[in-house]
Write a protein that binds this ligand. Structure first.
Ligand SMILES: [Zn+2]
Ligand SMILES: [Zn+2]
Length: 279
């Protein structure tokens, strides 16, 4: 199993990305849940150009990939899983669960620390919510996130296969749970004990401060349930509440490509950041 994942890494990544993106995008066209408020063409152009920018920048700026670091740790016996000699499927399973936890924790931190929140606002200032919202991050946040991941990998010592599968699952679940689709309520309720569904993560993009500071998970719903950051329903009905932040709403800042680069440097850090809350 391991060698197949390494051998066909590029094909697995590409097939999962194109396949899940196509399923979500087509479902959004034929059965959209919420009515969009902005031009889809303009938003997609902005969000997808940012994805291309981030991919190119990460390739040129970062000298190593997460998979390469995992391989080096394995070769040099660095990290808990290598030290305990846990290999095979158990290594992959523990890697996916542990990395998902650290991504959740990182997400909580970028909401709590005002300077990081400035960067993370780019993800939250999308005025609509669809499959492309999931990939919308400021380049500095992407680079920071890559460095955190490399640090966690050095501590954990996962297999390269586990890291590849985690990245594929994370990208896939981000496209899935940001999509503008809806499951029947009873399916959503049961699914939310395991996975982050569109209904669950959409609440995180509601303008309400309490809603924005809930449901931090990207793939597994467990962390929000365990650490009590989970919110089942927003104050307003989920097909009606306003998406985005109430402090940055001008399409010039939210839908324009260059506007997104400026976002971290404009305005004050308001009550969205956890330590600026007015209780
Ligand atoms: Zn967030
Ligand atoms: Zn999101």
């Amino acid at each position: 199993m391991e060698s197949v994942i390494l051998k066909y890494e590029a094909q697995i990544r590409l097939a999962a990305f194109i396949g899940i993106f196509a399923i979500m995008a087509i479902t959004e066209i034929f059965k959209p849940y919420r009515k969009l408020t902005q031009s889809k063409l303009k938003r997609w152009r902005t969000n997808l150009t940012l994805v291309v920018t981030n991919t190119v920048l990460a390739k040129f700026i970062l000298p190593v990939t997460a998979v390469f670091v995992a391989q080096q740790c394995q070769a040099n016996d660095i990290g808990i899983l290598n030290y305990l000699n846990i290999g095979g499927s158990l290594n992959i399973l523990l890697t996916v669960i542990a990395l998902d936890f650290f991504i959740w924790l990182q997400h909580v931190v970028v909401h709590a620390v005002p300077m990081f929140w400035r960067l993370h606002r780019v993800h939250h200032t999308d005025l609509d919510y669809d499959v492309t919202t999931g990939a919308r991050f400021h380049p500095i946040e992407i680079l920071m996130s890559m460095m955190v991941k490399i640090g966690v990998i050095s501590f954990l010592g996962p297999s390269a296969e586990g890291v590849i599968l985690f990245e594929v699952i994370l990208n896939g679940s981000a496209m899935f749970n940001h999509s503008n689709i809806q499951f029947p309520k009873w399916v959503d309720k049961w699914l939310r004990y395991i996975l982050v569904t569109p209904n669950m993560h959409r609440i995180h993009h509601c303008v309400g401060e309490n809603e924005t500071n809930s449901n931090f998970g990207f793939c597994l719903a467990w962390w929000d349930l365990i650490f009590d950051t989970h919110m089942w329903n927003a104050k307003q009905p989920d097909d009606k509440f306003v998406i985005g932040l109430d402090t940055i709403r001008d399409p010039k800042d939210c839908v324009n490509y260059w506007g997104l680069f400026k976002t971290p440097f404009v305005g004050k850090v308001t009550a969205y950041s956890l330590n600026r809350r007015k209780f």
